[in-house]
Design a binder for this molecule. Structure first.
Ligand code: CO
Length: 134
């Protein structure tokens, strides 16, 4: 059911420093920062040959990654995103298998303009999972 790895998201305190690390030290193609107020984050996309890395910095009050950074002051891997062809069918299959969908269980439009859902990390080996319909 799940398809390709779409991205790995890393929460960071200092987006400029993290961008410089990936661009200058690791030699990656790094996008300009993109503020996404609706999601409470500013995002930088790093394009790799086979997937993407997203660097997430908190934006505004009540950012969904603020508490994560309190627990992980050096930053850390926040979630991984798998592609699915039919997000509602994927959700229903996962729920039937006992997985918990975060929020109200309805897909939201994510950072790439496509429907996404998040799955509870306790049901997936301690890893927050994002599903994106492609
Ligand atoms: Co994501």
């Amino acid at each position: 059911m799940i398809g390709r790895l779409n991205h790995v998201a890393i929460a960071v305190r200092d987006l400029a420093a993290a961008s410089a690390l990936y661009r200058d030290t690791m030699g990656a193609a790094v996008s300009a920062p993109l503020a996404q107020p609706a999601h409470g984050v500013t995002v930088v996309f790093i394009e790799l040959p086979n997937t993407k890395i997203e660097l997430l910095e908190p934006l505004g009050e009540g950012s969904p990654i603020a508490r994560f950074l309190e627990r992980n002051p050096d930053g850390g891997m926040h979630h991984i995103c798998y592609e699915v062809e039919d997000i509602l069918a994927a959700r229903d299959r996962l729920k039937a298998g006992g997985a918990r969908v975060l929020g109200d269980g309805e897909p939201k439009i994510g950072a790439h303009g496509k429907p996404v859902l998040f799955l509870h990390p306790k049901d997936f080996n301690g890893t927050l999972i994002e599903l994106e319909q492609v």
